[in-house]
Design a protein around this ligand. Sequence first.
Ligand code: COD
Ligand code: ATP
Length: 355
Amino acid sequence: MLVKTGLLVTSNPNRLGIILPQIKHEIESILYIQVLNALREPFGNFYPNMFSSWPKLSHIIKGIYTQAAKHCQNLDVRVLLSGLKYKNKLIYTEREVELVIFDEKYASDEVQKFLSTKLVNISKDYKILTCANIAAEPISADLEQKNDKVYQHTVLGGTFDRLHLAHKLLLSEAALRSNSKITVGVTEENMIKSKILWELIEPLETRMSTVENFLKDICPELNISVVSIEDPFGPTQHDPTIDLLVVSKETIRGGEKVNEVRKSKGLPLLDLVAVDLIDEPAQNPHEEKKISSNTQRMRLLGTLLKPVKQNLNLPKRPYVIGLTGGIATGKSNIAKRLQELGAYVIDCDKIAHGV
Ligand SMILES: CC(C)(COP(=O)(O)OP(=O)(O)OC[C@H]1O[C@@H](n2cnc3c(N)ncnc32)[C@H](O)[C@@H]1O)[C@@H](O)C(=O)NCCC(=O)NCCS
Ligand SMILES: Nc1ncnc2c1ncn2[C@@H]1O[C@H](COP(=O)(O)OP(=O)(O)OP(=O)(O)O)[C@@H](O)[C@H]1O
């Protein structure tokens, strides 16, 4: 039976390419992923010799979100970081977990103890699924990770429309590298008007609260501040406590500009960490190569944005349809097709010209 929220406990994320296609039809909404090498204590001590610092885990998180992009883009996947960062933590999830999936066969008393003592928000009627015996490469630390510094106060910025897996990767990088505070700048309306189909961008409040909820879910121990920004600099132009800016390979230049502004104001320069771009695995012709909010908005065209409200007081006919849109968006074309289907068309453009 389909559940809303699932939790996958994996001891080897390299198995995800096989597990995700098997479990994606079991879950409707949120899939939490907790990486753990064993259910035994010390809980959260995830391959301690290999991952001596949190940023060394970055490539594992990237691997998970890349697999999620390939296999289950319609699920809201959230890789939990608390259990990786802090030893002996309980697993807390904002949503109640209804299905727990393991990628190893554990003894049933071990499973029971784990569920009852470590999993805080679990449904009374939870179900368990085991996907065992899946061969995979052993996991390894990212030896390429040259800067594995952790900072007091990390920052990042973006529009974060329809929060996608690449946004989650960026937010996770900032969370892995922070031992205290994380600030996220979210663009206000003045900064989004040059974007494709900007009219379809979610309202600022929605984008801000989605970012905040995501961060609170994956790492509630951090002091999280989500602010709106009216320019590409946001709080970085006056806050001396910030010490790291997380960008992607395409926004490094923006990061350098932030440092130019800080230099001119006598503020300490920020370290920059750039995450790689995550590609769109199901790219159609004319779509961007990377996972992108623009693509998501374009894919919305021709779909119902929200369910039609039933109003029993309305007569069944005639329907009044308002047809609006920018220049050359196809209004006349659609009006012609509706006319062919029997609609009576009132062209306000023509009426206005005649006034
Ligand atoms: C001006 C800014 C913030 C506007 O954000 P933008 O509209 O590009 O946001 P968007 O939601 O599209 O992306 C947010 C971030 O995710 C990155 N990102 C988007 N898609 C992908 C992807 N497929 N793979 C990896 N990263 C991605 C973007 O490069 C960006 O860094 C940004 O472009 C910028 O210049 N950043 C550097 C400076 C900065 O962070 N300033 C704000 C400080 S509070
Ligand atoms: N669904 C579609 N797919 C591809 N091309 C389209 C589509 N709909 C319209 N077009 C093309 O886009 C162009 C503009 O279409 P149309 O004249 O219907 O737009 P409009 O919104 O009425 O423009 P105006 O701003 O002049 O009122 C035309 O060349 C039309 O053939």
